[in-house]
Design a binder for this molecule. Structure first.
Ligand code: NCD
Ligand code: ZN
Length: 357
């Protein structure tokens, strides 16, 4: 693939989403087609209520996701287990060996939506972490400390020093993905590692900073965790995403919540980017003069880190002369909706087609 300033058509391997929330029930039914339209595979987050802790629970959830795919879709959900202090290494081993489990998710208890069953005492999680290291299966980490004394904007940077770096020194063979990195410190830490460390970057963190969230009134649809940081951090994320460095790849963290639960006195965290992610990313990469790096970010580096082949199918993006429109909201059952991420600027890049090969 080549790109120049005047590129208006781009063909890439079909993308994957290495961090996705699909939920369950009516929400699962409503949002799954928004991802399967463009993406070949996705790493499915296990923070349901109750969480997906065992391989049997993951197998049942996998079946529910397959049933929610539109007819004819070949979308492949890649399942994760939610790490608790009681997680069983043998259950993990079984799930990995039968090909179902592709990663384990670490939520520090209390860090984000549905993380109450997460880890407080890392010693208790060591048997599972040692098994992960032995199997070469990645640990996906929500990298924020939960100490109430730590300012919310500092929680990622402090997590690296207090938790992640010591953990990686204790288990040097553990393969770690720092999820939804939001800071320059996160980017620098990933760059400093010689092996076994990668990061996902979300669509929205490449576009919004904390001013977008807070200036001129609080914008609940820009609220997510980790919370968007200062502009200098956003610029570091854009530089990492567009660098072609295989340690940084797309995990949208598309996290649907009903619109009324976000537009509330205590609005919940999560931004729904599944429908327009590819248009947003093409815009961001074009603005950086880096359209030739988009395929690595969305379609090649993620599979390489997971030891999987790239998708066989190809996706074609075209730049339209007029803005492309996306629905502002997606309907869920019972009159509820999920609000789609608004990047705040017109989008001209459109997914024209997906071809089998
Ligand atoms: C996610 C959710 O809603 O499940 N929310 C978010 O703000 N990103 C949880 C998470 O990934 O932190
Ligand atoms: Zn998430």
């Amino acid at each position: 693939m080549t790109a120049s300033a005047s590129v208006s058509r781009l063909r890439l391997r079909q993308p994957d989403d290495w961090h996705l929330h699909l939920r369950d029930g009516a929400m699962l039914a409503a949002v799954t087609p928004e991802t399967t339209r463009h993406f070949g595979r996705a790493i499915i987050m296990p923070n349901l209520v109750p969480p997906v802790v065992t391989s049997d629970q993951a197998a049942a959830y996998h079946a529910r996701i397959l049933a929610a795919r539109p007819e004819g879709s070949a979308f492949e959900p890649l399942m994760t287990l939610y790490l608790t202090e009681g997680s069983q290494p043998e259950d993990l081993r079984r799930g990995v060996e039968c090909g179902l489990i592709k990663a384990v998710k670490l939520y520090p208890a209390g860090a984000t939506t549905n993380s109450e069953s997460g880890v407080r005492d890392f010693d208790k999680a060591m048997p599972v972490l040692e098994t992960l290291a032995e199997l070469g299966v990645p640990l996906c980490v929500h990298g924020e400390v939960t100490d109430p004394d730590i300012d919310i904007f500092d929680r990622e940077a402090v997590f690296i020093d207090r938790v992640l770096d010591p953990l990686r020194r204790r288990l040097p063979h553990l393969r770690v993905i720092m999820e939804h990195v939001t800071t320059r410190q996160g980017v620098d830490y990933v760059r400093s590692a010689e092996q076994g460390l990668a990061a996902t970057l979300t669509t929205h963190h490449l576009i919004i900073n904390r001013n977008h969230l807070l200036v001129g009134g609080v914008k609940p649809h820009y609220y997510c965790l980790p919370v968007a940081k200062r502009e200098e951090h956003r610029l570091a994320l854009v530089a990492a995403a567009t660098s072609g460095d295989g340690r940084f790849f797309l995990g949208t963290d598309s996290a649907p919540h009903a619109t009324h639960n976000k537009e509330a006195a205590c609005g919940c965290a999560g931004i729904f980017t599944a429908p327009n992610t590819m248009s947003c990313l093409a815009h961001v990469f074009e603005a950086e003069g880096a359209l030739d790096k988009l395929e690595a970010f969305t379609s090649l580096s993620g599979p390489a880190f997971y030891g999987l082949p790239a998708n066989e199918a190809w996706l074609t993006l075209v730049k339209r002369p007029e803005p492309v429109s996306y629905p502002a909201r997606v309907s869920v059952a019972e009159g509820q909706t999920v609000t789609v991420f608004d990047p705040g600027f017109p989008l001209f890049w459109d997914v024209e087609s997906i071809m089998p090969s």
